[in-house]
Design a protein around this ligand. Structure first.
Ligand code: ASP
Ligand code: MG
Length: 407
């Protein structure tokens, strides 16, 4: 018997009608003989609404209570989906993350899954029921409810698929898969048939928001093939995220990712001594600021400039940290800006083929787009550019690397 884990995102369960539609999709598969475990997100904007509500009560809501509050969104949709299935004559049961045996560490708001205790799910499946699991949550050793971080239901689904040895893991969303670029700004973007775990991780961490990066990590670790599909067009092929299988990829750039807005902080004229980077980036990490691109210029007369980018929402905190440290660092000036964005080209094939960076820079130059900073990995090249040039850059690169053609 095929055992399938599916996940439906917030837009797929946004209203009662949406939930009934999902129930029909799930019911069809169950009637065809599959064992079905279904992970759901909170309905529509429920999580954002709950966050707003909490702020009206307490401007700094305690993290533990936030977990309690936010976990309810997914519980609502799981109970409703179970009811919808039962109304259709399909036996079903909803489970909270805790009831489903999703064990986590105790880090409120961004807990990590430590293991899946699958016996309850196994019993329900053996009894012939569809099991609906509230996504994005688990339980700590102390029986505190935890949540996995925004977008965490994807991670619930992939971890469950690994934990209960599912044959298939399907993530349903409101788009037709992983696109070569964001179709909202690049009309010729098309869904990829497949993409490797590493490529997907780079896409997710440089702005493609379809999948939670941690879900892709779990998939890679346990070899779970992830099918990303549209709830609104479930028969379309969608994208499979799996181990890179093609020996020679026809098109070595697989996708263009972008971030519409990032901020940068520059320390000018820092006396160049060993340990500067450690002095800055450790305290930033401790303050919870995640730093992306870092550029340190070659020093001239023992003075260097150091620039790094952060999410716009982290800029104030980053500046506080750096200004505090500067008594020790002795930078002449600290400046920041937030009118920047990033554009990245991604593909494992690039690692073995020269010339991709040159083509990227040439393409941006032809569009008169100035490159502010550059960072690279084996399989990615990212350029920081002016925020108002990001869309043009994405379209130009999509054309230059011929991503509108099946690769
Ligand atoms: N409801 C949560 C969020 O909006 C988790 C999820 O949707 O995956 O972040
Ligand atoms: Mg959501």
């Amino acid at each position: 018997m095929t055992r399938t884990v599916q996940k439906y995102g917030g837009s797929s369960v946004a209203t009662a009608d949406h939930i009934k539609r999902v129930a029909r999709l799930v019911g069809d598969r169950r009637r065809a003989g599959e064992e079905m475990v279904v992970v759901v997100s909170a309905m529509g904007d429920t999580t954002d609404d709950l966050i707003d509500l909490s702020k009206q009560i307490n401007t700094r809501p305690p993290a533990r209570e936030m977990d309690m509050l936010l976990s309810t969104g997914e519980i609502v949709s799981s109970a409703l989906l179970s009811m919808a299935l039962q109304a259709d004559g399909v036996d079903a049961v909803s489970l909270t993350g805790a009831q489903a045996g999703i064990r986590t560490d105790a880090v409120s708001g961004r807990a990590r899954i430590s293991g899946i205790q699958g016996d309850r799910i196994e019993r329900e499946l053996a009894a012939g029921r569809v099991v609906i699991v509230a996504g994005f949550q688990g339980i700590s050793d102390d029986f505190d409810v935890t949540t996995l971080g925004r977008g965490g239901s994807d991670t619930t689904a992939v971890a469950l698929a690994a934990g209960i040895n599912a044959d298939r893991c399907e993530i349903y969303t409101d788009v037709a898969g992983i696109y070569t670029a964001d179709p909202r700004i690049c009309p010729s973007a098309r869904p990829l048939r497949d993409i490797g775990y590493e490529e997907m991780l780079e896409m997710a961490s440089t702005g493609a928001r379809v999948m939670h990066a941690r879900a892709v990590e779990v998939g890679a670790l346990y070899g779970v093939e992830i099918y990303v599909k549209s709830t609104f067009d479930p028969s379309a092929p969608g994208t499979i995220i799996r181990k890179e299988t093609m020996m020679e990829q026809g098109n070595k750039v697989r996708g263009i990712a972008h971030e519409s807005r990032v901020a940068k902080v520059t320390l000018r004229g820092v006396p160049d001594r060993p340990g500067i980077a450690a002095k800055i980036f450790e305290p930033l990490a401790e303050a919870g600021v995640s730093v992306d691109t870092i550029v340190q210029n070659a020093s001239i007369e023992r003075l260097t400039d150091l620039t790094f980018t952060v999410a716009p929402g982290d800029r104030e905190r980053a500046l506080e940290v750096v200004n505090r440290l500067n008594q020790e660092l002795g930078a002449a000036e600290i400046v920041s800006a937030d009118d920047l964005g990033t554009v990245s080209i991604i593909g494992t094939g690039m690692a073995s083929a020269p010339g991709y960076a040159a083509r990227m820079f040439r393409t941006l130059f032809d569009q008169q787009i100035n490159i502010d900073m550059i960072s690279t990995s084996d399989i990615r090249i990212t350029c920081v550019v002016a925020a108002d040039k990001v869309a043009d850059a994405v379209v130009a690169l999509h054309n230059a690397f011929e991503l509108d053609r099946q690769g």
